[in-house]
Design a protein around this ligand. Structure first.
Ligand code: ADP
Ligand code: ADP
Ligand code: ZN
Ligand code: ZN
Length: 748
């Protein structure tokens, strides 16, 4: 029999301090607490990991290899678990073949309809699959895009061949291919290309006809720059090295396939119609509209497929994805959109007694859209599941059956259960979250004065309707609007039209040796400190030297690459994760070994390490609220929000000339108290003369901005216009828009 609760005894994963908890089953439970307090360590790394591990264990070995790998958590005892589904914000696959249609199975049903109903009748449903040779466009192999030379980037017209006018590697003066162009007598090697005729430039790039027109014959086997580039870089089956890939990225761009025009299908499948529409046309309709169209389909052979398709589409609409199209590549979805697409996959499921685990399901959602997510979480619970969500949004806490707060602080100061109860009880609790909920908001602030403006002109990207807008310089502007209204598109346009530094949530490093120490450049300082105090060579304390543990090459862990499975990480037995030989570990500074230093948090290190340079370099990390990270913590373990703050810290330290910073939802993963820290940091940037542009839904951030640009009114083609631009305080409910209403009403 399934237990009434998930009971956990002695959880110690990451920073958890032998935490005990009873989490009720079949309820919606929200996990709150400061960033870094240990919410994810409890929910993902303990509960979900153990549930996943136990589930895998029930499968025979060959099947286990095909399931996701779970590392067994450090916990004394845990029971009351059942199969778990983790719905996080990790982007969906890097695979260009995956679209909103394929990932939600909607495409499978649509294909079925076409195979049964289309005119002319085509036959099997695999004829409508762009992942199947029977259906795919031969030109782009079903990708809808082709890689094409970005010829406009090849040449620097202000230079002569001698001066390196051909920008491609290997084509400059002294390069391997240089003499094939400069020394054949067909071109003048010392005239800037700008002074050549168009025919001459064409002959250089394409050879062939253009050269013939010139009457000046290059050698018979002459190969134009473009042909040669494409032969060496694009039409090659070789393994492409990192450097080649970089060159390809710089000198090519993806273009819509000239053959299928992006529909991915071959001629025959592309032209078949149902209700007068080709499958390509249907895939480019907004989901809301497509649902309306498919409702009109009926007939004995297709009614069940049509009904299944409509229910999928309605589910997407219900969680605020109605503005997407089935053709949309999943690689272009934002983190929040990816998470909601994953939810759709599970909505249709009739399984019960599952544990659903969510990571901030409100990310990317306007306050107006949040309600659709809370409804959905309730629906999953009501069909007999346990729903656990890590979430900071009070609107979600308000509908939860229970809230669990992990804390009291972050990192080593967190890891305990500090509150468990209802929303009402939490509002009265003396915890970080309780205090944040009960605190009274200060009114609007006096906007800072701009110094000129940065203009975005005639933006038409995605759904934007020829938007021209000024962004005031030297102050903080916030971009708002419902999901899909065009905020990211406008931001992308800002990046394209101006020199902008994007501070995003992408990983800062994929190298597991990167830590706050290497990132801030204090590694040599620490090594010298140890050398000075102990009278030995500084090199000993480098993880690349003979001082490093030979068992793990100074990594502290051993990584086993298993041919057909995910790799496995285990702590090195020889050094117990301490990375150095016992001899090196015996040297200390102020009672701390080099491994002890790695284990210090940044805040601790600032006080403990007797060196001003170290404290100075780490100060910015504390300022952005990352003081709880350990010095030796691999940067690959950081969340998206943490990576973003790390990047801000670097900018605080390094940048002195006025810069435009763009941040996309920087409050992701942040507790209200951490948001105060973030706003303080953004103010510091503005104080230094920089311009800050933030895409954000969090009302604290919106109210803090000097200028507001609201996009809308709706998502997709119902949006793309500017509803308001001006000081935040000037946007009142009289404007009648969702953002203005949320600003007036907002719970926080
Ligand atoms: P939250 O979800 O509350 O933001 P986490 O559970 O992610 O917090 O992190 C709690 C603490 O554990 C933080 O100090 C974090 O830096 C640390 N931590 C998280 N993941 C790892 C990991 N894989 N290895 C070591 N430390 C980690
Ligand atoms: P927001 O940032 O306000 O959520 P976006 O700018 O991401 O909105 O999206 C605006 C519209 O453009 C939506 O209809 C969205 O589906 C579409 N869109 C966004 N990115 C792409 C893309 N890479 N390819 C095609 N359509 C896109
Ligand atoms: Zn094609
Ligand atoms: Zn070791």
């Amino acid at each position: 029999m399934v237990k009434r609760s998930i009971s956990i005894k002695g959880a110690r994963t990451n920073n958890l301090r032998s935490l005990d908890a009873e989490i009720p089953r079949n309820r919606l439970v929200v996990f709150a607490g400061l960033s870094g307090s240990g919410k994810s360590s409890l929910v993902f790394d303990t509960i979900a990991a153990e549930a996943g591990y136990q589930l895998n264990d029930t499968f025979p070995p060959f099947a286990r290899n095909r399931l996701p790998k779970w590392t067994r958590p450090d916990v004394e005892h845990i029971d009351g678990l059942s199969p778990v589904v983790v719905i996080d914000q990790r982007r969906i696959g890097g695979n260009a073949r995956s679209t909103v249609g394929t990932i939600t199975d909607a495409w499978t049903y649509l294909r079925l309809l076409y195979s049964r109903l289309s005119e002319p009748h085509v036959g099997e449903s695999n004829h409508f699959s762009f992942n199947d040779p029977a259906g795919m466009c031969p030109t782009c192999s079903g990708l809808g895009e082709v890689v094409a030379s970005a010829v406009d980037r090849f040449l620097d017209l202000d230079k002569s061949l001698q001066q390196g006018a051909i920008r491609l590697p290997g084509f400059g003066n002294g390069g391997y291919w240089y003499s094939q162009y400069a020394d054949i007598g067909a071109f003048s090697p010392d005239t800037p290309l700008r002074d050549w005729s168009q025919d001459e430039r064409d002959a250089l790039l394409y050879g062939g006809e253009a050269a013939a027109r010139l009457g000046r014959r290059p050698p018979k086997d002459y190969e134009g720059v473009v042909e040669r580039f494409e032969r060496i870089y694009l039409h090659t089956a070789d393994n492409v090295s990192e450097r080649k890939q970089e060159t390809i990225r710089r000198f090519t761009r993806s273009e819509v396939c000239p053959d299928c025009d992006g529909d991915r299908l071959n001629e025959r499948s592309r032209s078949a119609t149902v209700l007068g529409h080709t499958i390509g046309e249907m895939s480019r309709l907004e989901i809301t509209e497509l649902a309306g169209l498919i409702r009109g389909v009926d007939g004995p052979h297709v009614a069940p497929a049509a009904a299944a398709l409509v229910s999928r589409l309605d589910a997407m609409d219900a969680i605020g994805l109605g503005y997407l199209t089935l053709s949309r590549a999943t690689t272009t979805l934002s983190g929040g959109e990816s998470q909601r697409v994953k939810i759709v996959k599970h909505l249709g499921s009739s399984l019960t007694e599952m544990i659903y685990v969510f990571d901030e399901p409100t990310v990317g959602l306007h306050p107006t859209d949040v309600e659709s997510v809370t409804r959905l979480l309730g629906r999953l619970r009501d069909s007999g599941n346990s729903v656990l969500a890590v979430e900071h949004d009070p609107a979600v806490m308000a509908v939860a059956d229970q809230i669990v707060e992990v804390g009291p602080g972050a990192g080593a100061d967190g890891g305990r259960l500090v509150f468990q109860g209802t929303f009402e009880e939490l509002r009265r609790a003396d915890t970080h979250t309780g205090r944040a909920l009960s605190r009274r908001r200060s009114g609007g602030r006096t906007p800072r004065a701009a110094e000129g403006a940065i203009r975005i002109t005639g933006a038409t990207r995605n759904n934007l309707r020829r938007v021209t807008v000024d962004i005031p310089a030297g102050v903080m502007t916030v971009l708002t609007g419902v999901a899909g209204s065009g905020k990211s598109s406008l931001a992308a346009e800002l990046v394209e039209q101006h020199d902008v530094t994007v501070v995003d949530q992408r990983p800062v490093s994929t190298n597991r040796r990167s830590t706050p120490v290497t990132y801030t450049g204090i590694a040599p300082v620490i090594r010298k400190l140890f050398a000075r105090h102990n009278g030995v060579s500084a090199a000993l304390f480098s993880a690349n030297s003979e001082g490093a543990c030979p068992g793990c090459d100074g990594l502290g862990i051993i990584y086993t690459d298993l041919a057909f499975m995910d790799g496995q990480e285990v702590v090195c037995e020889a050094c117990q994760g301490r990375r150095f030989t016992p001899e090196v570990l015996a040297y200390t500074v102020d009672g701390l070994s080099i491994a002890d230093v790695d284990a210090l948090s940044i805040d601790q290190a600032v006080h403990r390490l007797p060196d001003k340079g170290i404290a100075g370099a780490l100060r910015h990390l504390s300022e952005v609220g990352l003081g709880y990270l350990r010095l030796g913590q691999s940067l690959t373990t950081l969340s998206g929000g943490e990576c973003q703050r790390l990047k801000i810290a670097k900018e605080l330290r390094d940048t002195d000339r006025p810069t435009v910073y763009l941040l996309d939802e920087p409050t992701t993963g942040l507790h209200p108290r951490d948001i105060d820290t973030l706003l303080h940091v953004l103010d510091t940037l503005v104080g230094q003369g920089h311009t800050v542009v933030v895409i954000e839904h969090n009302l604290d951030v919106v109210r803090h901005a000097d200028w507001l640009i609201d996009l809308g009114p709706g998502p997709g083609k119902h949006g793309g216009t500017i509803l308001y631009e001006g000081p935040v305080a000037g946007y009142t409910p009289d404007n009648g828009t969702p953002t203005a209403r949320a600003l007036a009403a907002g719970p926080d």
